[in-house]
Design a protein around this ligand. Sequence first.
Ligand code: FES
Ligand SMILES: [Fe+2]
Length: 427
Amino acid sequence: MTSVRDLVQPDRVHRSVYLDEDIFDLEMERIFGRAWMYVGHASQIPEPGDFLTTSLGRQPVVLSRHEDGEIFVMFNRCGHRGAVVCNEPNGNARHFRCCYHGWTFHTNGLIKAIPLQAGYPKGTNLDDPSLGMVQVPRVEIYRGFVFASLAVDGPSLATYLGPIVQTIDDICDRSPVGEVEITGGVHRYEFQGNWKTQMENLNDLYHVPHSHESTTSGGRQFQRTGTATGSRLSREDGSPISFWDQTGVWAFDGGHSYCGRMPNANPVSREEHPEYVAALEARLGEERTAQVLNVHWHNALIYPNLCLQSMAQHIRVIRPLTVNRTEVQVYPIKLKGAPEKLNQTVIRYLNVTHAAASLIQTDDLEAFGRVQRGLSTDGSEWVFLGRGFGQEQPLDDAVGYRSEGTHELPLRNQYREWLNFMGEYAN
Ligand code: FES
Ligand SMILES: [Fe+2]
């Protein structure tokens, strides 16, 4: 392989970043092995003994709430001979017992009991954490969002997130008590494509009027299927193509970015939910309440594996599986203390827009698969990301840039960070 530095130019990337298994392996080591990654939300494991299993990069982990209420993220690996211990997606357990030889671990990963313990030599320290389920090196929690890094050293979570943390605050502040819950179920989909294709797509407004024409040009699909009533969050009245430029995109250090509010967003109003809005104003004041109900961003990307959406508030977790297979999980965000009808509206909306057979997500998945197939041809070695190149404007109030909505600034910004991670050991 040539140096990874040769694969990213200011306005284009080499197609091998989507196709090459060696590069994928390097990404798992250098990006997913070091970045702060979203693991899950504290509300998914509210009680002592609650757990869920997921993976960070390719490494299976367990997110667990110990009996004292503390949250742990540990490798899903038995301290004896290495088997994956926890085989359920989630649940509640008094302890974790390995299926192979029966070693049992506390919900903080330390050994609880092992069969026929006397067979081990005197002096074997069974309290040694390395014989338990080992903790991932770093874990930090922000407003219930659990992040972890597989690297021992690196910037704090606050430094890593920078200004993009505002988007987490905006969503949490929509709750009258300032807390959200990820308890509304999940949509999962897999596609035959590279993980970066999904990350690129989330702040790509250039594709919206084309890929999603049957939705954006007057909401034909929604009307035809009678689902418009379930989508109070957006008006589905169509927008001129020029609007997508006015919407804007913002990019920050660290690969993070967001795109501007959708033209059809229909925020919660005082007329519709007077008590809810009053409760927010009591906590936040009028100005901040108006701001959080009608935020100026739509999809916020927290590089490399998380996206928050403001309109139908949900999170998306991007899980690279192989170089050409990716899983995405979509979780509605419930606003604690908000009217149940509001939370139900979000779930109903996501069923129509983001379920496996939904009216919008399927458009994107078709495109992702076509990208992967098209890039495998010998048509060109390069993928052109030059839209709006050189036209980005520095922000006044934060370190970052803004550009027109259909510009590919967020994509170039992701590759800048990709290179920061990947290029460090370039040879
Ligand atoms: S591998 Fe888990 S008990 Fe042996
Ligand atoms: Fe899309």
